[in-house]
Design a protein around this ligand. Structure first.
Ligand SMILES: O=P(O)(O)OC[C@@H](O)[C@@H](O)c1c[nH]c2ccccc12
Length: 262
C-alpha cells in the first residue's frame, strides 16, 4: 500500500527547501512580525462552546486526494462570507497545491473577507512554514502527529508559540494521541480519515474520545455529512467539528452551514 501522507510530506520538504532559497528565513520572520495580529482561534472555539453552541471549523477546500475536484466554482472570499453567515466559528483553508489544489493566496483572500480566525491547513514539516503561515495571516496551524517525530512536533509547536499561533494537534490512533498529549496545545483533533490510506471511519473519534483529558478540547474531523453525524460525535463528548467536503458540495453554503448546526 502506498502511504499517501509520506508522499505528500516528501514533496512538501522539497517545496520548503526551494521556498527557503527564494525567500530566506530572516525575511519571512520579519514578515511574520509585521503581519496582522492573530485572531484567537482557540478562544473563538471556547467561547462558542461556553455559550452552549458547537464550535464549527468550516473548511475551504477545492479538491482532495481521495475525492478529486470537490468544488469547481471556487471563490474563497465568497465561501468565507457564506460560512460566516451560516454560523461557522472559525475557517480552515487548504494551502497545499499538489494534492488539494490549494494556495497561499486563498488563505489571504478568505481571511481578508471576514473577521473569523483562520487555520492554515497544510503539512508542516519545518519551522520555516510556521513563520510563513503567520506572515500569510494564519491564526492557527496544524500538527499531524502521523507525519512527525516527537522532536519535530515539539519544535514546530515551539515555533508556533513564539509566533502566537494556536495549534491544532491531529491524531488518528491511541499511540498518536499519547504522543500528542506531551505537547502544550489545548486543541486536539481526531481525524476520522486515515491519512495513510484515506479511509474514513467515525468510530475513530468514538474510540479515542474517552482517552482525551478534560483539559483538552476535542475536535472531531472529517467525514461529517449532517447533523446526525455531529450528534454522534457529540455523544462521546465532541463539541467542536472540522467539516469540509459536505459543505463544499452545496450550492448554498450559508444554508448548508446553518442546517448542519441546526
Ligand atoms: O472534507 P472532510 O471530510 O469534511 O474533512 C475536512 C478535514 O477534516 C480534512 O480536510 C482534513 C483533516 N486533516 C487533514 C490533514 C490534511 C489535509 C486535510 C485534512
Amino acid at each position: 500500500m502506498s502511504d499517501v501522507l509520506a508522499r505528500i510530506c516528501d514533496d512538501k520538504r522539497a517545496l520548503v527547501a526551494s521556498r527557503k532559497f527564494a525567500r530566506p528565513p530572516g525575511e519571512v520572520e520579519a514578515a511574520a512580525r509585521a503581519a496582522d495580529p492573530p485572531r484567537g482561534f482557540v478562544r473563538a472555539l471556547r467561547e462558542a462552546v461556553a455559550a452552549g453552541r458547537y464550535g464549527l471549523i468550516a473548511e475551504i477546500k477545492k479538491a482532495s486526494p481521495s475525492k478529486g475536484l470537490i468544488r469547481p466554482d471556487f471563490d474563497p472570499p465568497a465561501l468565507a462570507r457564506a460560512y460566516r453567515e451560516g454560523g461557522a466559528t472559525c475557517l480552515s483553508v487548504l494551502t497545499d497545491e499538489p494534492y488539494f489544489q490549494g494556495c497561499d493566496a486563498y488563505l489571504v483572500a478568505a481571511r481578508a473577507a471576514v473577521d473569523l480566525p483562520v487555520l492554515r491547513k497544510d503539512f508542516m514539516v519545518d519551522p520555516y512554514q510556521i513563520a510563513e503561515s503567520r506572515a500569510l495571516g494564519a491564526d492557527c496551524i496544524l500538527i499531524i502527529m502521523a507525519a512527525l517525530s516527537d522532536a519535530q512536533a515539539q519544535e514546530i509547536e515551539e515555533a508556533a508559540i513564539a509566533h502566537r499561533l494556536d495549534v491544532l494537534v491531529e491524531v488518528h490512533n491511541r499511540e498518536e494521541l499519547d504522543r500528542a498529549l506531551a505537547l502544550k496545545s489545548p486543541l486536539l483533533g481526531v481525524n476520522n480519515r486515515n491519512l495513510k490510506t484515506l479511509a474514513v471511519d467515525l468510530a475513530t473519534t468514538e474510540a479515542l474520545a474517552a482517552h482525551v483529558p478534560a483539559d483538552r478540547m476535542l475536535v472531531a474531523e472529517s467525514g461529517l455529512y449532517g447533523p446526525a453525524d455531529l450528534s454522534r460525535m457529540a455523544a462521546v463528548g465532541a463539541r467542536c467539528f472540522l467539516v469540509g467536503e459536505s459543505l463544499m458540495r452545496q450550492e448554498d453554503v450559508t444554508a448548508a452551514t446553518r442546517a448542519l448546526l441546526a
